[in-house]
Design a protein around this ligand. Structure first.
Ligand code: ADP
Ligand code: MG
Length: 255
């Protein structure tokens, strides 16, 4: 691959001068320091995340494992600015999230963060094409509809552009959600048990698309999964237990 292409692969229409994703010296995509979060009131208040320190490098694929209720989804919410921590700092693609207003945070997320949920979360009153294009338009990206159509083609859905979510299978809905997440060429892509509602083969197809998106664009990937084989495909596995990071091992290390 020519140097310039490598340098700017995955960047959007506005190429940022500091966008050198994929280079090992390019630094960290996500940095959490001293993050604590409690939710609930009074006696029901629970420490959900405790003293989380975490650095994820640009272009890295990280598998996030842990028992149900250990705080995985909450950690993803904090990383993507959907939830603000009580203490600590969260830096994503060089931006301190706590310094951003709610509006600025929403704009930041629209451009820099792709999110895929277990339950797809498509907008039911919009077609597949609109589900992908409208967030691009909101992010001020030119040619939103053309770009959305090509992202949907990339996940094999060029024949489904005008279908509504209810007219799509679960696997197709998740492919739309993945196209939507990848369309802005976000710096980070987070996926919360993205195959949890799918049968095995359909889940495997989604996983291939997810890792392909990550590899082709150099997107940093954080993947919550219960599947050890899936986690083993990541560069690194992080385990959460009761809101704390339990251990950090390479994917090849014993469980
Ligand atoms: P995981 O994704 O690992 O299953 P979650 O991040 O969803 O875990 O939840 C972690 C813990 O936080 C759970 O014990 C859950 O019950 C609790 N929790 C999640 N959201 C709230 C909330 N809004 N209020 C109180 N507790 C919550
Ligand atoms: Mg969860």
């Amino acid at each position: 691959m020519p140097f310039e292409k490598m340098l700017f692969a995955g960047s959007g229409p506005i190429t940022r001068m500091n966008d050198i994703s994929g280079f090992p010296f390019a630094g960290d995509a996500i940095v959490l320091s001293g993050v604590n979060l409690s939710l609930g009131r009074g006696a029901a208040r629970v420490n959900i995340l405790r003293d989380i320190d975490l650095n994820i490098r640009r272009g890295e694929a990280v598998g996030l494992l842990g028992p149900s209720g250990s705080g995985k989804s909450t950690l993803l919410m904090v990383m993507t600015g959907l939830e603000r921590p009580d203490t600590g700092s969260v830096r994503v693609d060089g931006e301190e999230l706590q310094r951003l207003s709610e509006d600025a945070l929403a704009r930041f997320r629209g451009k820099n963060v792709g999110i895929v949920f277990q339950a797809f979360h498509l907008i039911p009153t919009m077609t597949a094409l609109e589900n992908v294009a409208v967030p691009l338009e909101l992010a001020g990206i030119a040619d939103a509809f053309e770009r959305a159509a090509s992202e949907l083609a990339a996940v094999g859905l060029s024949e489904r552009l005008s279908h509504y979510p209810a007219e799509l299978s679960g696997g197709e809905q998740q492919r739309v959600a993945l196209a939507r997440a990848l369309a802005p060429n976000p710096a980070i892509l987070v996926a919360d048990e993205p195959t949890g509602n799918l049968d095995e083969q359909t889940g495997r197809d989604i996983v291939e698309l997810l890792f392909r998106g990550h590899a082709e664009r150099g997107t940093t990937l954080v993947l919550v999964t219960h599947d050890n084989t899936l986690a083993a495909r990541c560069d690194r596995v992080i385990r959460l237990r009761s809101g704390q990071i339990e251990s950090r091992t390479g994917a090849a290390a014993p469980a």
